[in-house]
Design a protein. Structure first.
Lengths: 155, 408
């Protein structure tokens, strides 16, 4: 049970059952979609980027608690955050999810470290087949950010 | 209960532990475990007889060819047919592709219809989708009744003389439902359509007499019936196999090769281009030997007992929904279910902590998932080596899952 309790923390189940910013955005936005064909998890993301800051975001999709909670926590982490910082959070999140020991993405001394609530997902690392669930929302976000980059360099 | 418990010791893997618990393997619909005799047969082939088949005059080549052809005879006898009607392929998927391309491309055109059922595995859907692209033929679906069984109440209206192919599975890998083989074959025959039976789940779990089924073609895989991966069979009526064009060219499948054209080897060799999976075929032969020694009636009876017990015990779990027939005579041992709002992947992870292997996902049947209006299901599937205590372990672990997700 110990490993399971570490995986399914209270905060993860809360985000699974009460996902933040579920829905779509009506006005101008960037849309990205991700899915894991092997397990059927789906994630749809709308983001609004204004002057280098993520000003709004909404998500839809279906899947396991890990994929959906990861997406919901991502919503909390990115809205109101400058794109550069969002990329840094994403990078640290991916490091946290790698099985090999790498750079420690968690700043243990500073309250409200870069990852915040997202640290609750570190238990996933012990379940290698589930890492792709946690990564789905973030891979979709990277797609959206790349699209935003292309759009701004094209205009 | 027919007790096949003593067989468990024939399966080395059943002795291992997973996460510190004895392995409870409930994923035989995906692939089955292998008895020692299958592993030994393959080892013996490599250790004593390995050579390429059908092409050498030396002793080993003769032995390898004999073992390979002997395996074909065993597989044929297992489904009550002749060796000339069994081609070795890579498995069900490859067999169905042989039929879809080799028959479909040569007989279908715009205005023709291919009938499939909504409960097909992707292996019996996607090849037909590809064929519609190439030929202009159209796919038509049969749906399910309230008991998850293919609804045949309307078949005469669906299977009209536009229909040239009726492709369906003998047993669903998701709901466990047995397919209406006789009804569909009869309806197809009245309009002159060919029938393609996906036997991937039927052949491993019930006695099958291929020649008496009323279908034209059947496909199945060794790895779902105690044999190795990488080999399976394509069965057909003799006249249909003649009519079926080869879809792969190369060595072994030819008679005479000229510069610009060739003639084919006789059936079934014309479907076996290139070096076949020889050791795997030998293992397949050993697998059907193993099953024949027990007797498929007993295998089926045992599975029914275990599955009936599972259905009964699962009905005691609060918030659990089963997607499949309740009537044990209308189903096999694949039991799909959902537990409250716990996603099947989460269930599979939690059960794995207790050493229990189930499958979670769309089970290669996405159109069926949409039809059932679920994103995924959890599936426990049983085979001859499963025992009631494993059902008890499953139920206990599902109760743990309820706790982890705060459902209690
Ligand atoms: C009903 C059914 N059809 C087809 C297949 C495909 O079999 P294979 O992957 O061995 O080709 C499977 C197994 O996954 C199955 O359960």
């Amino acid at each position: 049970m110990a490993q399971l309790d570490e995986l399914y923390r209270e905060v993860i189940l809360d985000h699974y059952r009460n996902p933040r910013r579920r829905g779509t955005i009506d006005g101008d936005h960037i849309h990205a979609e991700g899915n894991n064909p092997s397990c059927g998890d789906e994630f749809y993301l709308d983001v609004v980027i204004d002057d280098g800051v993520v000003t709004d975001a909404a998500m839809q999709g279906q899947g396991c608690s890990i994929s959906q909670a990861s997406g919901s926590m991502m919503m909390d982490a990115i809205v109101g955050t400058p794109v550069d910082e969002v990329r840094e959070i994403s990078r640290k999140f991916k490091i946290m999810m790698t099985i090999e020991e790498g750079e420690d993405p968690i700043d243990h001394d500073r309250p409200g470290s870069v990852l915040g609530d997202l640290e609750a997902l570190q238990g996933v690392r012990k379940f290698p087949v589930r890492i792709k669930c946690a990564d789905l929302a973030w891979t979709t976000l990277e797609d959206a950010l790349n699209t935003a980059d292309e759009m701004s360099s094209a205009s | 209960m027919t007790d096949l418990r003593s067989l468990r010791s024939d399966f080395p893997i059943l002795g291992r532990e997973v996460n510190g618990k004895p392995l409870v393997y409930l994923d035989s619909a995906a692939t089955t475990q292998k008895p020692r005799s299958v592993l030994d047969a393959m080892d013996a082939y490599y250790e004593r007889h390995n050579a390429n088949v059908h092409r050498g005059a030396h002793t080993l080549a003769g032995e390898a060819t004999e073992m390979y052809e002997n395996a074909r005879s065993k597989v044929a006898a297992f489904i009550g047919t002749s060796a000339a009607q069994v081609a070795f392929t890579r498995g069900t998927t490859t067999s169905i592709n042989h039929i879809a391309y080799g028959w479909g491309l040569n007989h279908l055109s715009e205005g023709d219809q291919i009938v499939v059922t909504i409960s097909e595995h992707h292996a019996n859907l996607v090849p037909w989708q590809l064929i519609t692209k190439y030929t202009g033929a159209e796919l038509v679906y049969l749906e399910l009744d309230d008991d998850f069984i293919v609804d045949t109440s309307d078949i005469d209206r669906v299977i009209t003389d536009k229909v040239k192919v009726v492709a369906f599975s003998g047993m669903s890998n998701v709901t466990g439902a047995i397919g209406p083989v006789a009804e569909l074959s009869r309806a197809a025959a009245t309009v002159g359509a060919i029938t393609v039976l996906d036997g991937a789940q039927l052949v491993p779990h019930t006695p099958v007499a291929a020649d008496d089924l009323g279908v034209d073609f059947m496909a199945f895989s060794a790895h779902k019936m105690l044999g190795p991966t990488g080999v399976g069979a394509l069965w057909g009526r003799p006249e249909r196999l003649e009519e079926l064009e080869p879809t792969e060219g190369g060595g072994e499948m030819i008679n005479v090769v000229e510069r610009f054209h060739s003639t084919w080897a006789p059936v079934p060799h014309k479907f076996e281009a290139g070096t076949p999976p020889i050791a795997e075929a030998v293992g397949f032969g050993a697998a059907v030997d193993y099953l024949s020694n027990i007797g498929m009636d007993r295998v089926m009876e045992h599975e029914r007992d275990v599955t009936a017990y599972a259905l009964e015990r699962l009905s005691e779990v609060p918030d659990l929904t089963i997607y499949g027939p309740k009537d044990i005579t209308k189903r096999g041992g694949a039991v799909s279910f959902a537990l409250g709002d716990i996603h099947p992947h989460d269930l599979a992870t939690i059960l794995d902590q207790d050493g229990i292997a189930i499958r979670a996902g769309h089970h290669c049947a996405r159109p069926l998932m949409k039809y059932l209006d679920v994103a995924a299901t959890a599936r426990a599937s049983f085979y001859l080596y499963n025992v009631p205590e494993e059902v008890d372990a499953l139920v206990a672990s599902l109760m743990t899952a309820r706790k982890v997700f705060g459902l209690d």
